[in-house]
Design a protein around this ligand. Structure first.
Ligand code: ATR
Length: 294
């Protein structure tokens, strides 16, 4: 139920109809008895400035921002945190006394999700696949915890650019990128503890592909984190489990980036387990719908 006192938050993106965030946040508001509501806000490219200004005009308390607007919102905000600026993307806006503050909770959400699974990145070495927006947040946050990072990307120039960007943030000693000709099988895999898939490979509906070569065993001592959360069990995670490596789905990061945003908006401790259940339900609902459709 909403009424004249309902506090509004939402998700700015294009498209937004498949997002699990409304289910996650609205069940958390309900559980805490908060008269708040989270609404999907489909914003066409070209309408970002008007939409962001509209948050203040409409009395929103904040919003999440997703693809493809995480960079585009930045010039329209009053303030951007150092972390969001270093990552180069905003995924959470907080409205404070009519001012728009841009944060990034993707990286901190990822680190929290890793720690939830008992993996402490500090002092470890991660191999990160991908050099897009997701990889920027992941690599920055890993390096911030003093985890060494090696970046491998299909387009090597983007890996190089990302490594150079991190270097300019003072993290050069921790970051390396893989030379254009290198294949994963050429790397000394023994140096790594953590593999992160920050590419979109394996994501529904293209679930029969993996960013890891089928011909190469995943070392059994590794922890493998797949940012893809739909499907819950990707081919990459199956490859990891097959050799006894620890395999973690991206749902935890979705939940943690959301729970950090929730706390920023409401100043209440987020009901993390409940938010996780809401996402799991939304995911299984999605899979049932697919089964029906198929
Ligand atoms: P996001 O913001 O979700 O990270 P993105 O910026 O478009 O999205 O980045 C997608 C990442 O997945 C990139 O690293 C991309 O590699 P390229 O830089 O070479 O494009 C990677 N990616 C997407 N499809 C891929 C594929 N089929 N094989 C390997 N990498 C792929």
């Amino acid at each position: 139920m909403t009424d004249g006192k309902t506090q509004l938050t939402g998700l700015i993106g294009w498209p937004v109809e498949h997002s699990f965030s409304p289910a996650m946040h609205n069940s958390a508001f309900d559980a805490l008895g908060l008269n708040w509501y989270y609404v999907p806000l489909p914003v066409r490219p070209g309408q970002v400035a008007a939409a962001v200004k509209g948050l203040v005009a409409l009395g929103f308390r904040g919003a999440n921002v997703t693809v493809p607007h995480k960079q585009a919102v930045m010039p329209h905000l009053d303030e951007i945190t150092d972390t969001a600026r270093a990552i180069g993307a905003v995924n959470t806006i907080v409205v404070e006394r009519g001012r728009l503050i841009g944060h990034n909770t993707d990286g901190s959400g990822f680190i929290a999700a890793l720690r939830d699974e008992g993996f402490e990145p500090s002092g470890k070495h991660a191999l990160v696949l991908g050099a897009g927006g997701a990889a920027r947040a992941i690599t920055y946050s890993l390096a911030k915890t003093e985890c060494a990072v090696t970046i491998h990307n299909r387009t090597a120039d983007r890996a190089k650019e990302l490594a150079q960007h991190l270097e300019s943030s003072g993290m050069g000693a921790l970051v390396a990128w893989v030379q254009p000709a290198s294949r994963l099988s050429d790397l000394d895999l023994g140096q790594f503890d953590l593999l992160v898939n920050a590419t979109s490979v394996g994501m529904w509906p293209h679930t029969d592909v993996s960013p890891w070569p089928g011909t190469l065993s995943v070392p059994s001592g590794w922890t493998v984190y797949d940012l893809v959360f739909n499907p819950a069990e990707t081919l990459l995670l199956a490859q990891a489990r097959a050799t006894g490596a620890a395999a973690i789905s991206g749902l935890g990061m979705l939940v943690r980036q959301g729970s950090i945003a929730f706390e920023m908006w409401t100043s209440k401790p987020p009901p993390v387990d409940l938010m996780r259940s809401a996402c799991e339900q939304a995911l299984s609902g999605h899979q049932k719908n697919l089964t029906k459709a198929g």
